[in-house]
Design a protein around this ligand. Structure first.
Ligand code: F6R
Length: 256
């Protein structure tokens, strides 16, 4: 794992955005895995401002609430168009987001996996992290080998996400999410975490045991996982000084 610690959330977002900017410039037909939530908002703004060419870029989103159609204001379809896709020249047919209105959920999930495979796999996957360690909506106890499927949100995640809805009761109980196995298949993973609320989950993911109770710890098994953290999210890491040392002494060719 490559742990990068920056003084502020703003800088962390810009560092993570840079990984995507470089990918898009080097590979104009890249396949990107994207996330929603509060964390990537600044990163998406940076990518919009970078005026990149998205004409051949394909994207796959991590997850969607089951029961919410693309027109719902809290759907991740709506989030993605509002915060990124409407502002870049991506082609609608190159955007994939799990179908929250799928009638046959397992067939829809298998088709999603098939579409990722047909696209040649994901080049760079963006992740946030839940305060319980979830990546995508793979809640604690998710199989580390899981594929795209239905999941039931924990009470904690529904409480965390109630801020986007009127109340916790309005937060859907079920979601479709890429599995941890799906995420690990991406050729590179960039996890962005900011704020103290993520500090325990981040510490568990980086320095704790590999375990289904902290789904993000599965990234310990990934060959190219970059974790970009602000000071607050990094505040419970015991080896933070070492990660800073590694970053400060990175060979020129390894810098992004
Ligand atoms: C969103 C997703 C989730 C979020 C996580 C953190 O597509 O997959 O794992 O990244 O819940 O959410 P925020 O950024 O709102 O704290």
């Amino acid at each position: 794992m490559d742990v990068i610690i920056t003084p502020t959330a703003e800088e962390a977002s810009l560092v993570a955005a840079r990984h995507f900017e470089v990918e898009i410039r080097q590979n104009p037909a890249a396949v990107l895995g994207l996330a929603t939530g509060s964390t990537p908002l600044r990163l998406y703004r940076a990518l919009i401002d970078a005026r990149l060419d998205w004409a051949r870029i394909r994207t796959f989103n991590l997850d969607e609430y089951l029961g919410l159609g693309p027109g719902h204001l809290q759907s991740y379809h709506h989030f993605m168009w509002e915060n990124l896709f409407n502002h870049v020249n991506i082609r609608r047919e190159n955007v994939s987001i799990p179908d929250g209105l799928a009638q046959n959920v397992s067939a829809s999930c298998s088709a999603y996996e098939g579409a990722i495979r047909a696209a040649g796999g994901i080049d760079v996957q963006l992740l946030g992290i839940g305060s319980d360690g979830h990546i995508g909506f793979n809640e604690p106890s998710s199989s580390l080998a899981s594929r795209t499927r239905i999941k039931t949100l924990t009470e904690k995640t529904r409480r965390d996400n109630a801020r986007f809805f009127g109340s916790i009761e309005e937060v859907p109980m079920h979601v479709i999410t890429m599995g941890i196995g799906t995420i690990l298949d991406a050729r590179k993973v960039v996890l962005l975490a900011t704020g103290e609320g993520k500090a325990d989950a981040v510490a568990g993911a980086v320095e704790g045991p590999l375990m289904a109770m902290n789904p993000a710890s599965a990234l310990q098994m990934h060959r190219r996982a970059v974790l970009v953290l602000d000071e607050a999210a990094a505040s419970r890491l015991r080896h933070a000084d070492y990660y800073r040392w590694v970053d400060a002494n990175r060979p020129e060719w390894q810098r992004v």
